[in-house]
Design a protein around this ligand. Sequence first.
Ligand SMILES: [Zn+2]
Length: 61
Amino acid sequence: MFRETCNNQECMKEFNVTMMGVDVPGGKDKEPVICPYCNTIVRTEMISQTFSTSKLEDLKK
Ligand SMILES: [Zn+2]
């Protein structure tokens, strides 16, 4: 798990990113990192899994 900061100027919030799914060899695809606050695609990365994002306050529950 790692943290990303939203690049939407009206949001700029920090959120958690987790890699989900099975790591398929050669199954790389462009996966988006989507801000859970404003649904902006912060960036995309070529990975064989998918990104799951969550708000920081959701982890404290
Ligand atoms: Zn955002």
